[in-house]
Design a protein around this ligand. Sequence first.
Ligand code: NAD
Length: 486
Amino acid sequence: MSVLTETKILKNFIGGEWVASSSEKMEAVPNPATGELLAYVPISSREDLDRAAAVAKEAYRSWKNTAVPKRARILFRYQQLLVEHWDELARLITVENGKSFAEAYGEVQRGIECVEFAAGAPTLMMGNQLPDIATGIESGMYRYPIGVVGGITPFNFPMMVPCWMFPLAIACGNTFILKPSERTPILANRLAELFKEAGLPDGVLNIVHGAHDVVNGILENQDIKAVSFVGSQPVAEYVYKTAAANGKRVQALAGAKNHSIVLPDADLDIAVTNIMGAAFGSAGERCMACAVVVAVGDIADELVARLVKEAEEMKIGNGLEEGVFLGPVIRDSHKERTVKYIEIGETEGALLIRDGRKDAAASGEGYFVGPTIFDKVTTDMKIWQDEIFAPVLSIVRVENLTEAIELTNQSEFANGACLFTDSAKAVRQFREDIDAGMLGVNMGVPAPMAFFPFSGYKKSFYGDLHANGRDGVEFYTRKKMLTARY
Ligand code: NAD
């Protein structure tokens, strides 16, 4: 079935049923490449959220007691269905988000990997025991789910980010309420539909579309025990503080400003290809995007010239077209914000060496900004400090690696950082001294796979346990200790 053709006003998914929102408020969901209307998303009420929470609480009573291998088997079937629908899901991502089909295809893979990790629940849920802590006395740790979990997700990865959350939470025995981004809500419905087809009992996964009211409901409703959030820094901080104040467990993944340091001994072919992909892939709308290149020593001139040349040759357009590398940004308002940042960069005195406002696509339909590059950027500039989240790359020039690391560490954010070099000694210094949670060497987007934690810090993360991997299992479970004499 196609959500696109059959559903003009999206519905919420509560208790295994498609339910119209009780609110009359809604927002248009356009295709960012064309401006064409895809659907309307309901801006649901607190009442809708509370209803979903009650249903999820009820479903938890039986789901938590469903044997773990039985839960895992549903995840295996879900994985199979996602594989079978790979192309369809990727097309949906491109249509509602704008990223190229190749990027969307890769995103589906990342989502599927999360389901594969979650299907390991029988191993992941194991506790541990010591049979003789004293004569005739044993002690053991047993792992249990925590209850109803709420997930709030951003627009930039409509499949991967929700899949960081609900498959693992559900495999661990929790029930889940997802509040997808109101800017990319369509794919979430398809994910829920396929999970139901895989045999997931009603009420275990619920979707409530909307914005602030639903988020605040998730943060306040006392039947929701934990909150996973991914989105921008101010909202992450708000979600973290409010959820914690309401006694909930919370992990909030936030914004970023990732630096790539290029040393004089780097292989320039590798550096240029990877930086172009990291800076302009997904229109720069990635929390692991490369936003700043730190060019070290005398490599700078050649590196800059090659980046500009590649940018000139980049194919910009609708992500469904063959060979398109750079799609639109998510909304007209985001395009305006990006153009504003380009103007700010010029006013601040950075050298605009490639101006994406002048590309033909930028004046047509859709929300396009071409690849934009500023040289001679400094740390007192807003274009260096702020997350622009668009195809705008800043270049900073320094003399040596120590200076490059010190500069990078001045950022308020600490999500990812990359180093391009041939020197093991430089890699060691980078790993030891850099302030970032996800490091790459001779690669542009070092996003960890589903079995490792997604581990930003500073203003890129609020909480203790990260998403994915062991951290994810710890976050979605609680422990009981039994000490016994028989
Ligand atoms: P956003 O913060 O605008 O929205 C995220 C979610 O929060 C959405 O579901 C939205 O409805 C909700 N929301 C927005 N404003 C709110 C408010 N005032 N009160 C309550 N809820 C609110 O983020 P976005 O623009 O959708 O996504 C882009 C951001 O997400 C970037 O900053 C990016 O770096 C970040 N991100 C981070 C990671 C990570 O792993 N650290 C991954 C992906 C995206």
